[in-house]
Design a protein around this ligand. Structure first.
Ligand code: SF4
Ligand code: SF4
Length: 373
């Protein structure tokens, strides 16, 4: 297993981390036998970073992870979990959280503690409820060892959060197709410059980079026999400062495939790197709408989820997955947020930095979706 040392600190994490949010469920409960086996195989093959959070798997993940890892020497693995900042109304809500984590995880300390899915709104709450000071106290008491945050918002918000505290680590969404969204590569570089260790989530863009449009896939296939997943993992794990890449594995074959990639890990050559960037560019060119997901156009007064409508048709063009597109669109329709709810008021148009004629492009989304069987 490939390991990464956290700069001058006495921490070495496996370059592949286990995201404990996708175990299969049986009758509303985690499929215990399968999930336990996956944890065992992961541990025995050198994975030492296990990532969970309060809401994962109907709030069953933390408790399960605690139970599964309790069978091993506590000094041989790391647990990461996250504070559900979005739930709190009062300081006392926050104060209660740590004992809840420790109880469920059956441990005296959390190795890596993150503020979960930070964004502009949650940043306000973190300030109002004095959350940084509370976590600093927990750290001084030894209840948490390292304090960081996971992130989903834009670059400016990222920088504001980064300047709030001397973070021990940070978890960001990164893959070769998402380089220009959320914190972007500018945010990534800031972490490298500050020597803040990086944990990566969504290295496969929610599984989408496992297969895509055959015309583009061919570029990789002509180069070597590697599976698409390997290109995606290698790209992100070849970046400086990336310590661990999380994968939410729920099948043995998938876990074994990923372990194989990281047992025999090789950094990308400049030539391979160039090929990945070419593929990313080709995929981007298949996009129907050049939406960067900045969300400046939101909220729409008529409830349309503008960026997600665009994502659905862009993903369909890039990844060729008709069923996924239909499922995603139905999800929006159920919330009265699909493109058909646009009344062409035009309010969103001046807000879009990409100068997208949003109502016109939403009509295109409808045409494409109506064209599917
Ligand atoms: S034009 Fe359509 S999408 Fe834009 S704000 Fe109006 S209703 Fe919403
Ligand atoms: S439509 Fe424009 S403003 Fe809205 S998310 Fe996309 S790029 Fe941003």
């Amino acid at each position: 297993m490939e390991y990464r040392k956290w700069y001058d600190r006495d921490i070495k994490t496996s370059a592949l981390g286990f995201g404990c949010m996708r175990f299969k469920m049986k009758d509303g409960k985690i499929d215990e036998e399968l999930a336990m086996h996956l944890i065992d195989v992961a541990y025995q093959n050198g994975i030492n970073y296990f990532d969970t959070a309060v809401p994962y798997l109907n709030e069953q993940s933390e408790e399960f992870v605690g139970r599964a890892l309790k069978r091993y020497d506590r000094n041989t693995y790391y647990i990461a979990t996250k504070m559900p900042v979005y739930r709190y109304k009062t300081v006392s809500d926050v104060e209660k959280q740590i004992d809840d984590h420790l109880g469920k995880l059956k441990t005296d300390y959390i190795d890596f503690y993150l503020l979960h899915a930070m964004n502009k709104d949650l940043l306000k709450k973190v300030k109002e409820l004095n959350i940084i000071d509370i976590c600093k106290r927990w750290k001084a008491e030894g209840k948490i060892k390292n304090f960081g945050f996971s992130f989903h918002d834009d670059y400016d918000t990222f920088m504001e959060i980064l300047d709030l505290y001397d973070w021990d680590f940070c978890q960001i969404q990164l893959n070769y197709l998402d380089k220009d969204i959320q914190q972007t590569m500018k945010g990534y570089e800031e972490l490298v410059n500050r020597k803040i260790p990086i944990i990566v989530m969504e290295p496969l863009k929610g599984g989408k980079l496992a297969h895509f449009n055959p015309k583009v896939e061919k570029k990789f296939k002509d180069y070597n026999n590697d599976i698409m997943v390997k290109w995606a993992f290698r790209w992100v794990s070849s970046l400086d400062g990336v310590m661990t890449v999380l994968s939410g594995m729920n099948e043995l074959s998938q876990l074994e495939e990923n372990i194989k990639i990281y047992k025999d890990f090789k950094k990308m050559t400049p030539e391979e790197n160039e090929l990945v960037l070419e593929v990313a560019e080709e995929l981007k060119q298949l996009e129907v709408v050049g939406c960067t997901q900045c969300r400046y156009c939101m909220p729409c007064p008529n409830g349309v989820n503008i960026p997600t409508n665009f994502t659905i048709v862009n993903d369909y063009a890039m990844f060729d997955n008709e069923n996924q597109a239909k499922r995603d669109f139905k999800f929006l329709s159920d919330k009265f947020a699909d493109a058909s709810y646009c009344i062409e008021c035009g309010e969103c148009i001046p807000k879009c930095p990409q100068h997208i004629d949003i109502p016109k492009e939403l009509q295109k989304v409808l045409d494409i979706m109506n064209g599917l069987n």
